[in-house]
Write a protein that binds this ligand. Structure first.
Ligand code: ADP
Length: 321
């Protein structure tokens, strides 16, 4: 039976990471397993930066955004020497299994840890929901709620002034945030990196036909991967004569108290990770499939592909008339 595990958060932070840490710590302690917190992602393994976690050390964290263990990117960990050094430090600390909470990059680190002899289970924590092997990633729902709150506010002012509001939301390679926020906020136009766009056909024509149908203000949601919202707002104003303003929501989308959905799923996933380590499993990603919490091999998970639902893209367009 495993006696001690470590837990770390890596890559970009996401609301609900604390709920996941708390679930890992308390499930482990409930089962008589000690827990070390690894500080600043894989840097903590390389630097031997561990903190003892007990049931109380994760008290009052469930409702907090960010991550109490801090997170970071760690270049050294991409080399095998870094991974080996990390495992050596973890073993010195008595750690026999690791839970890694992060995105695809962090999963590659977790796979390397397993290859070099450390049992590792990964949890999907990223606001982008862009991890192929899971229907849901911790932080996505909170992020969406932050976005719709901001867009609703921008709509108030854009409606009062009869303006067009061009809003950049997160999503460098994936349009999940943009498309769901677009539907939830009734955006006239949603532009996502998966689909590309034509300014005249997909933006200007849509705004002008909306104007003919009596619309007095317009919301254009643009995923970060498309970018260029300031220039786009200028172009829209120039070509349509409608006053246009750009807003980049930026890092506020990463923060805030996690929603119910994020707290519950993070708690389920955190518990599942520890159960897997107790069962002697390794190299697994905890994921959601058909709304159930399950797990998949890390390598298989990294090779999967997922794309924004065509149904959602269609609905976003149809409902914007
Ligand atoms: P995310 O986990 O959110 O995708 P990153 O891609 O920045 O974030 O990855 C987080 C960390 O995971 C990196 O700083 C690095 O230490 C580790 N990592 C990323 N890619 C690899 C890789 N190909 N091999 C090993 N470790 C990696």
């Amino acid at each position: 039976m495993i006696k001690k595990i470590g837990v770390l958060t890596s890559g970009g932070d996401a609301p609900g990471m604390n709920a996941a840490i708390r679930a890992v710590v308390r499930t482990a302690i409930y089962n008589g397993i000690e827990v070390a917190g690894v500080v600043r992602g894989y840097n903590g393994l390389i630097n031997g930066d561990f903190i003892k976690m007990d049931a109380r050390s994760v008290g009052e964290t469930l409702q907090k955004g960010g991550t109490i263990l801090q997170t970071a990117r760690c270049r050294e960990f991409r080399n095998i020497e870094g991974v080996r050094k990390g495992i050596e430090n973890a073993k010195k600390e008595g750690i026999e299994g690791l839970v890694v909470i992060g995105g695809d990059g962090s999963f590659r680190g977790a796979r390397d840890l397993t290859r070099e002899g450390m049992s590792t289970v990964a949890l999907p924590g990223t606001i982008d929901n862009d991890i192929a092997c899971t229907e849901y990633t911790i932080g996505y729902d909170t992020c969406l709620n932050t976005v719709i709150d901001a867009v609703d506010k921008l709509r108030d002012t854009s409606s009062s002034h009869e303006r067009c509001s061009v809003i950049e939301v997160m999503g460098r390679n994936a349009g999940y945030i943009a498309i769901e926020a677009g539907i939830a906020c009734g955006a006239e136009v949603v532009l996502i990196p998966e689909m590309g766009y034509d300014l005249q056909k997909d933006v200007i024509d849509v705004i002008e036909s909306g104007k003919k149908r009596g619309k007095q203000h317009y919301i254009v949601i643009v995923a970060e991967g498309i970018g260029g919202v300031v220039e786009m707002a200028e172009k829209i104003q120039e070509l349509t004569g409608i006053e246009s303003r750009a807003t980049i929501l930026g890092h506020i989308q990463r923060g805030g108290s996690p929603t119910v959905r994020d707290r519950v799923i993070a708690s389920q996933m955190g518990s599942k990770a520890v159960e897997l380590l107790i069962e002697g499993k390794s190299n697994r990603i905890v994921c959601m499939k058909n709304s159930e919490i399950t797990d998949v091999d890390i390598e298989d998970g990294l090779n999967m592909k997922k794309s924004v639902s065509e149904e959602l893209v269609k609905i976003a367009k149809q409902l914007a008339i």
